[in-house]
Design a protein around this ligand. Structure first.
Ligand code: MLT
Length: 243
């Protein structure tokens, strides 16, 4: 049976995939919390965090579960981790679903933004990060018409441990450029973009898909950066069709 490994974004946990996990019962789906997120504890120093460390944890999980190959499905930071898996263990990735993500590394401006956000998390807590990010994460139409999604995302971010947020910001800041990888990918790839994504705009995602040989591109209407929660049926359908 095909296993799908769902990798969440920042600053979220596995629950961001809850609709897909409930609907895709024909496949074995695993959705761990990355180190420092959700229920995963025990990594307090920012030095413990990098895309490579997240990927190493996932490889260990696959080893423990005796899973040889997976379809990876990563959103945003989860996509950066998927690129890391493709670098470290390409033979274990059967196909990849890249949602609301990008291949480029942080610009110098983005890196300083990470430092500012880490200081804010330390000084004001995860609630302040939720307040800053939610308007950027969700499409305008989601914010206007789906108050339950706004509440869910705010709650999910507010629950995240500050140490994990600060660590993830270090990992995001230092992540490598994955652009050189794109043209070398030889597995089936699905790219899922949100029409109103302010963080990883759809146009950039279309160019990313164009750079991967044979990749499919799906644009999700009325969605921002959190397509799986904003338009769950459309995202589940795109994944189901691809699988
Ligand atoms: C995410 O959703 O994982 C983040 O937006 C990634 C990022 O800030 O680069």
């Amino acid at each position: 049976m095909t296993t799908v490994l769902f990798i969440h974004g920042f600053p979220f946990d596995h629950s961001m995939w809850r609709h897909q996990l409930a609907a895709l019962s024909r496949w074995r789906c695993i959705a761990p919390d990355l180190r420092g997120a959700g229920a995963s504890v025990g990594h307090d120093s920012p030095d413990d965090y990098s895309m490579a460390a997240y990927a190493t944890d996932l490889i260990r999980l696959l080893d423990d579960e005796q899973i040889d190959q997976v379809v990876v499905c990563g959103l945003s930071m989860g996509g950066y981790v998927a690129f890391e898996l493709l670098r470290q263990v390409p033979q274990r990735v059967r196909a990849a679903i890249l949602c609301n993500t990008k291949a480029a590394a942080d610009t110098p401006e983005a890196k300083s933004g990470r430092d500012v956000m880490a200081a804010k998390a330390q000084n004001a807590g995860a609630g302040a990060i939720a307040e800053e990010l939610v308007p950027k994460l969700l499409a305008r139409v989601t914010r206007e018409r789906q108050p339950d999604v706004v509440r869910e995302v705010t709650g999910m971010i507010t629950r995240q441990p500050v140490g994990g947020i600060v660590g993830a910001l270090r990992a995001l800041r230092e992540r490598p450029d994955s652009t050189p990888l794109l043209g070398r990918i030889q597995i089936p790839v699905l790219v899922v973009a949100g029409e109103d994504d302010q963080i990883t705009p759809a146009a950039g995602m279309r160019s990313m898909a164009d750079a991967v040989p044979g990749a499919r591109f799906v644009l999700i209407p009325e969605a921002g950066h959190l397509t799986p929660l904003e338009q769950p049926e459309a995202v589940t359908e795109a994944i189901r069709e691809f699988l």
